[in-house]
Structure formats: C-alpha cells, structure tokens
Design a protein around this ligand. Sequence first.
Ligand code: ZN
Length: 321
Amino acid sequence: MTPLESLALSRGTVDRVTYRRNDKQWLDAAWADPRTRVLVVSDGRALVRFDDDEHVELIFVSPAEAPAGVRFLLGQDADGVVYFGVSGDLPASPDGARAAPPDGARAVLLREVGVLLGDRDAGLLTHAVALANWHDTHTHCPLDGTPTVPDPGGHSTRCPVDGTEHFPRTDPAVIMLVTDPDDRCLLARNAAWPGRRVSILAGFVEPGESAEQAVIREVAEETQIKVTNVRYVGSQPWPMPRSLMLGFRAEAPAGQAIVVDREEIAEAHWFSRDELLSAIKAREIALPPPVSIARHIIELWFGGPLPSTWTEPQGPVPPRR
Ligand SMILES: [Zn+2]
C-alpha cells in the first residue's frame, strides 16, 4: 500500500477485459447490445450532468446514437454492461446545433470534474480521455507515414503497408515534495503560472533515466538543491495529454541555497507548516486543486486537509512542454 489514497484519477471499478480487445465476435456482439454504454470524447471533453454541486455523472449514449470516430473498448462492469469510448463529435441537440447538448448536460474537461465523479465514472473518463488523445494525435505510421488502422478493440493500431503495430503512449513524469532538515517543504512558482499559484517540483522522465534519477536531476536543475533518500509515494494518470505522474518524497541535506533557473521556475521557498498555513490565509499563495496528485502529496506532508485552491479564472495550467 502506498501512503497516497483516494487520488481522483486513480480510481475506476470497470474491468478492462484486456483479453477481449482482439475478440472481434465478442466486440461486435457487445456493440449490437442496446445495454452497451458509449462515452463520447471530443478534444478532451465529455458530457456530464450535474446532480448538485458535488455530484456529477457521465452521460453515455447507446451504440446506435454514437457518432463516427475511432472506437475503443473501455471494459465491462460487474453487471455485464460493456463500455466503449468514441473519439468524435459530442451528442448534438435535436436541431443539430453542436454547441447545444442535451438538457442539463455540460461538456467538461477531466480536470474540472475528476474529483466530482464517482469511482466508476472517474475511471472511465480518465481511460477514455487518454485513449482519445492518443488516437487523435497518432494517426499515421511513424516509419513511412501511412495512415494506420485501429485494431478491433481500439488499443493499438497497425500500418497496412509494413505491418508494424503501434501502442498508446504514456509519458512518465515525476513530482516530488522536498523537505529540509527542519521538515520544511519546498514550494515553487512556475514561470508560466499566473498569480499566486505554487506547487511542488515536477518534470518529465528522460529516455534512459530512472524515475529516482529524474527526481534528483529535476530538483537540481530547477533549484540547484541536491536531494537524497528519494522515496516513491504513489501515482496518478494525468492524460492531459498523456502523462503518468509518479509521486515522490526527497530530502535536502542542510547548508544548501535555493537558486532558481528563472526560465521554468520563477521563485521557490521553504515553508514550515505554520508558514504555509499563514501564507494561504494571507492569500499570498494558492495550492493546486484536489484533482492533482501534488495537492495530495502536500497534504500528506502537512498532516491533513489544507484550505485554498487554484480557482482563478485564468484557465487550466499550461502543459510543461
Ligand atoms: Zn508503416
């Protein structure tokens, strides 16, 4: 068991039934079954219905109502209901205006509703967004540029010319909470972030590098702090567009000065628990939202829930690449 539990996007209750992905007969029968539910994803958005401020459900369509687009198997639940995703246009209103989905429905991003969905829906949407993002951006063979053909289950593609098979991409990234000998935590403001936003350090794992090596390298690059005792604490998929966030703790031996690179990191400071709470209450800083693994790692160090979140209307955090 890892110390991090209840990560919003690391839930999911639907069996992926991976052995069905190339079973064309089973897939055809499932697609012909009116009980089958289809989740449509369009540019990272899916339709949801808000029951109240804190409870959101995905809106599915039947296979007959599904739009054209790449289809992929998401899984099968304990009641035998099969779930597919389709990357295509969101269901339109009866008059055909695409901007007007069914009554009470809203097209939302995973990051907006990840914590509000139940376990089943959080898992389905995370899975569907990840696969839709891959299909949307990996349409041709990387060897000869031929358009590829998805396999029946939609979890790989094949080049019809040279026969090469291609699989979904996931880019590992490390995200780490660094503490000093006084157990203060290092929080930084990314140069691309607006206003008061701060978080723990993060970065992509490079080819030929372990996750632990990436933690040490990224902290040194961004702050010139050398860390030791790197420990894994948990992970969360972050398919925006295709990351897997690997959470770590690390320790900074005494006697080191923070020197930020000023390109990626604008500023970084040590915070004791009291200093963090004071800075939040004084509205000097704001922490990442509960959908992020960063928030959970910070609260794990703090020892409980913290107030404040990024709710500024500036929009989502830009990608780090
Ligand atoms: Zn090819």
